[in-house]
Design a protein around this ligand. Structure first.
Ligand code: CO
Length: 134
């Protein structure tokens, strides 16, 4: 069911400083920040030869990553995103096997304009998993 690793997401307090760190110190290719109001985050993508890194900064009062940054004041790995060919088939298979899908369990449009779902970290070794339709 699982395809490629689409990205690893890192929550940060200051996306400009984190972008400079990746662009300057690490010499990576970093996109311009994009505000995603409906997801409560500002995102930047760092393109690596085999995958991407997504930097997330809280946007707005009730950002879904605000609590994470309270617990991890230096920032930290927030989720991993795996590609699937058919997100509805993947969801049905997961739900049938007892895994919990966060939210309404209907896919939302993610940062790349493709349908995404998030899976409960308690069902997956303490890791928040995002599934994105390839
Ligand atoms: Co993501």
């Amino acid at each position: 069911m699982l395809g490629r690793l689409n990205h690893v997401a890192i929550a940060v307090r200051d996306i400009a400083a984190a972008s400079n760190l990746y662009r300057g110190t690490l010499g990576a290719q970093v996109s311009e920040p994009e505000a995603l109001e409906e997801h409560g985050v500002t995102v930047v993508f760092i393109t690596l030869p085999n995958t991407k890194i997504e930097l997330l900064e809280p946007l707005g009062a009730d950002s879904p990553i605000a609590k994470f940054l309270e617990r991890n004041p230096d920032g930290g790995i927030h989720h991993v995103c795996y590609e699937v060919d058919d997100i509805l088939a993947a969801r049905d298979r997961l739900v049938n096997s007892g895994a919990r899908v966060l939210g309404s369990s209907e896919p939302k449009t993610g940062a790349h304009g493709k349908p995404v779902l998030f899976l409960h970290p308690k069902d997956f070794n303490g890791t928040l998993i995002e599934l994105e339709q390839a």
